[in-house]
Design a protein around this ligand. Sequence first.
Ligand code: TRP
Length: 332
Amino acid sequence: MNRIFSGIQPTGNLHLGNYLGAIRNWVKLQKDYECIFCIVDLHAITLPQDPVELRKATREVTAAYIACGIDPDACTIFNQSTVSAHAELAWVLGTMTPLGWLNRMTQFKDKAGKNRENAGLGLYAYPVLMAADILAYKATHVPVGEDQKQHLELARDIAGAFNSRYGIEFFPQPEPQIFGAATRVMSLRDGTKKMSKSEESDNSRINLTDTPDLIAQKIKRAKTDPLPLPATVEELATRPEADNLLGIYAALTDKSLEAVVQEFAGAQYSVFKGALSDVAVAVLSPITAEMNRMMADPASIDAVLRRGAERAGDMAATHLRQVYDIVGFLRP
Ligand code: TRP
């Protein structure tokens, strides 16, 4: 039995990087796997969140999942805080996670910044909660980007720690789900940095809610280099902005990078950017329209989440009960 679990934090705007790097690939998985897609609000509060914005972003991520093609009837879509087993299992798993393992996590170091004494315990324990997310469903495959690979490795180690402490093969080792075609979308202002919702300049990313005019404007302003577009893929190694924009074009048109490089070899950026705007708008505007339609009817979004929570809750509760029995908690 193969089961997928993945999640996105309801913080800030969803952007082209989330779509091309994650959600679009999840859409393809739903035919072949049992899929659980979570909106990880418990993870979101490891950094301060405005309560009103958090609720709105939770609905927005849900709407985006569906607008991008995830079928809420075939998949389980829910927000993490509605299934208490995540927090409960995280506690149990935390008792068998050595501090040494957590101290190696590079994301904590990045997010905690210089003032580590002031970082919250939740931020530090973040990867343990992520392990609980996955293991609560005994998920076998986890689609994650490069930045979450270390956390997934840790989840595998934690699964092993539980199994070996109790001498039982209870948790499967979750495998990373790698996509050959997954696109690592970089910032429009700096081709060496990932497109990110936490980047200060909104011009650095294309949000799933941007209007066609805004998309065109951001692409027009995107950073480039002074040369015409290259004739070979090899030249892209030293031209991060060209690499990023051509890569986005290839992903949006489902063409190979080689084919796209050939198509625009020697072209001026202005010509290429016009073509890129057109395909970006063509792909994104139906998604944006569907998101807007759903956001105008929040009750329908909440209904999807309630249904998902019920399904996810049943599955997770069964596994949590088994864990509690294994651990030796009395059920009087
Ligand atoms: N940490 C992931 C991110 O920020 C989100 C996440 C939380 C997740 N729990 C997960 C991803 C479980 C995969 C599986 O991108």
